[in-house]
Ligand binder design. Structure first.
Ligand SMILES: Nc1ncnc2c1ncn2[C@@H]1O[C@H](COP(=O)(O)OP(=O)(O)O)[C@@H](O)[C@H]1O
Ligand SMILES: [Mg+2]
Length: 246
């Protein structure tokens, strides 16, 4: 089982868009895939049109890790399950206190899914918190979308400092460019500089309206625009990520 966390200190950078698409592509490859929506905003849950389970089907309060297994729901797609945001929020409320005492709390919880899944994707909330620390400890790979702008580049440096300060493994940090507009000189310049940094994948996601349409179709790009350039970009990047982990 490989655990991949879509993470950035910054919000609105395309974590959810990427998480939704990569998890779908992983399942399409035939890998047993679990998507865990850790962001209380619940955007991933929205994109997958997850409906609440029947009354009594799920515990109202998750008090321990093993209860989380009951929060796993099917999606409309083969090989792809999801822990929706409302269930995660309950479990995180319980776990966050314990996270303050153990950086491995989340890692231990995820371990319960080891026998059932090939890939676990975590869509993470922004921030540098005890949760972020737990996420880095739990994940095999931290996938960080970076918009090639001055502020995003600065955030990237802050995340690297966070890794150093908390003595987290810097080899886990992998990045890619997103919302790229190559007509902008600044985007080109920042990409050229940061590509020298070994943390970045070569493939990137441009700024494309088909990505925004995910909100209208409530589905991954591959489902409603399979032959689009956006779908091709996600496939290329997913192929590069897989090459790195398998
Ligand atoms: N490559 C892209 N091209 C155009 N719009 C994008 C792209 N990636 C994300 N978006 C849009 O930007 C907004 C923020 O993306 P989202 O994935 O929710 O970010 P995050 O999860 O980091 O907060 C959403 O409205 C989304 O549709
Ligand atoms: Mg998000």
């Amino acid at each position: 089982m490989t655990t991949i966390a879509l993470y950035n200190l910054k919000g609105g950078v395309g974590k959810t868009a990427c998480c939704v698409n990569f998890a779908y592509l992983s399942a399409l490859d035939g890998y047993k895939t679990l998507l865990w929506d850790l962001d209380p905003q619940g955007s991933t849950t929205f994109y997958y049109q997850v409906k609440p389970k029947l009354k009594g089907g799920i515990k109202n309060f998750i008090t321990q890790a093993s209860d989380l297994e009951e929060a796993v729901m099917n999606t409309d797609y083969d090989h792809l399950d999801i822990i929706p945001a409302d269930q995660s929020a309950k479990s995180l409320d319980v776990m966050i206190e314990e996270m303050k005492h153990s950086r491995k709390k989340l890692k231990n919880v995820i371990h319960t899914f080891k026998k059932d899944y090939d890939f676990v994707f975590m869509d993470c909330p922004p921030g540098l918190s005890v949760l972020a620390e737990n996420i880095v400890m739990a994940a095999d790979i931290i996938l960080m979308p970076v918009i090639p702008t001055t502020l995003s580049a600065r955030t990237y440096e802050m995340v690297k400092s966070f890794f150093k300060e908390k003595e987290l493994d810097p080899a886990k940090l992998t990045c890619f460019f997103t919302m790229v507009d190559l007509r902008k000189n600044l985007h080109n310049e920042i990409m050229e500089t940061l590509y020298k940094d070994k943390h970045f994948f070569q493939s990137y996601i441009p700024y494309l309206s088909d990505v925004e349409k995910m909100g209208i179709y409530q589905a991954p790009v591959e489902v409603f625009a399979r032959s689009s350039y956006a779908a091709q970009c996600y496939r290329d990047l997913w192929a590069e990520i897989k090459e790195g982990v398998l």
